[in-house]
Design a protein around this ligand. Structure first.
Ligand SMILES: [Cu+2]
Length: 178
């Protein structure tokens, strides 16, 4: 796991010293949004930026008080178990800034699922009406807590999000299984 954190830090350090102009840095988030087409995404959709992500079967994602995941692209081998740990690294109370990580099946409509989740207050924002859309999910975590899930994915692109009300718009990412 250590390697995973050291390499991005090095790349960042080199980027800053050699370039020195952060304004020119490309915004990957904006780019991925603008390249989305109106057609329904097939399981084999190309995910921008995934070529820069190293494939691994063990991932740790952090959620913070700024309502952000620190990882938005996950790359795994299809057909093999993947361990995903979510850590809530924030300090705000669970009631106002709780986080979970819900892995959805390919093609699930995120706004629809998010709306159902928001209503599922009594079930930690895991909607019973949306269970068939879910591949796996962590518990809802308060500050300093963590939870781990293991999923095995067929080839495809799986959205993941935090289903705490209001979070999924920002707190979402994609798992590419190949
Ligand atoms: Cu959240």
């Amino acid at each position: 796991m250590k390697k995973l954190f050291i390499i991005p830090a090095l790349v960042l350090a080199i980027g800053i010293t050699s370039c020195g102009n952060n304004a020119e840095k490309k915004d990957d988030t904006a780019a991925s949004t603008s390249t989305e087409t109106t057609t329904e995404a097939p399981a084999t959709e190309t995910v921008p930026g995934i070529e820069n992500v190293t494939s691994s079967q063990t991932w740790t994602v952090e959620g913070n008080d700024q309502m952000q995941f620190n990882t938005n692209l996950i790359r795994v081998k299809a057909g093999e178990p993947v361990e995903i740990t979510l850590k809530n690294v924030g300090s705000m109370p669970k009631e106002s800034m709780g986080h979970n990580l819900v892995v959805l099946k390919p093609g699930v409509d995120i706004p629809t699922f998010g709306a159902e989740a928001t209503a599922a207050v009594d079930n930690e924002y895991i909607p019973k009406s949306g269970l068939s859309s879910i591949v796996g999910h962590t518990k809802l975590l308060g500050p300093g807590e963590e939870d781990k899930i293991t999923v095995t994915l067929e080839k495809g692109v799986y959205p993941y999000l935090c289903s705490f009300p209001g979070h999924f718009g920002i707190m979402q990412g994609k798992i590419v299984a190949e």
